[in-house]
Design a protein around this ligand. Structure first.
Ligand SMILES: Cc1ncc(COP(=O)(O)OP(=O)(O)O)c(N)n1
Ligand SMILES: Cc1ncsc1CCOP(=O)(O)O
Ligand SMILES: [Mg+2]
Length: 213
């Protein structure tokens, strides 16, 4: 459990839609140089052919392997298995948690999105290894994220699932507000734009890393 909590410290999420000015490989290279502790391949580009997603995923996966950074695939268990990912992240509208667990087995990490204490408890019961709670703040990276729920929700969920269960906050987090999320009880922060759209992805990752106690 502690290993997963550490892995969540600086959790970088990205797909080609998040990199308008630079190749995703280049952004990931800089983020890794800044000390990210986990990477999620979240490919949502409406015009990217699945074949291209597999090819991009293979390149990003190889980079993570070379730097010993856990590689998680968003939404798709099939893609996670193809890429020999370390895990999968699913939301409330994706596969049921128990079914995803059956497909990936017990040697891969399963992350689940939860907005409420009830969703968090259900995710833990059904086999999640960690939960992603958000959006903490307003986000431009996910159109259907819904209203910000704020760091206070992490405190509520932390009380419900206990001190040890791995929790990462997500949504609108950047170096200036990340402390609020960590102080509320999260083990780490998951970010897209704070790193992928920064002038310096490396510095942005370093700044987030410095906030971890
Ligand atoms: C770490 C983490 N937390 C939450 C999410 C959101 O997942 P989901 O609700 O399924 O939304 P999409 O990312 O699929 O748009 C996440 N991806 N990662
Ligand atoms: C995937 C996701 N889930 C909830 S908010 C969000 C987007 C996070 O992106 P950003 O860090 O740019 O706000
Ligand atoms: Mg999803």
């Amino acid at each position: 459990m502690n290993e997963i909590r550490q892995m969540l410290n600086v959790y970088f999420i990205m797909g080609s839609q998040d990199c308008p000015n630079e190749k995703p490989e280049e952004v990931l290279r800089k983020a890794m140089a800044g000390g990210i502790t986990c990477f999620q391949f979240r490919e949502k580009h409406p015009r990217l052919h699945m074949h291209q997603a597999v090819e991009l995923g293979k390149r990003l996966r190889a980079m993570c392997k070379n730097h010993s950074i856990p590689f998680i695939v968003n939404d798709r268990v099939d893609l996670a298995l193809i890429l020999e990912a370390d895990g999968v992240h699913i939301g409330q509208e994706d596969l049921p948690v128990q079914e995803a667990r059956k497909l990936i087995g017990h040697n891969r990490i399963l992350g689940v999105s939860a907005k409420t204490p009830a969703e968090a408890l259900a995710a833990r019961r059904d086999g999640a290894d960690y939960i992603g709670v958000g959006p903490m703040f307003v986000t431009m990276s996910k159109q259907d994220a819904g209203q910000a729920i704020g760091p206070g929700r992490i405190t509520e969920i932390r009380k419900t699932v206990g001190a040890e269960f791995p929790i990462v906050g997500i949504g609108g987090i950047h170096p200036q507000n990340a402390k609020l999320v960590l102080e509320a009880g999260a083990d780490g922060v998951a970010v897209i734009s704070a790193i992928s759209r920064s002038d310096s992805p490396k510095t942005a990752a370093q700044k987030l890393k410095m906030l971890i106690g």
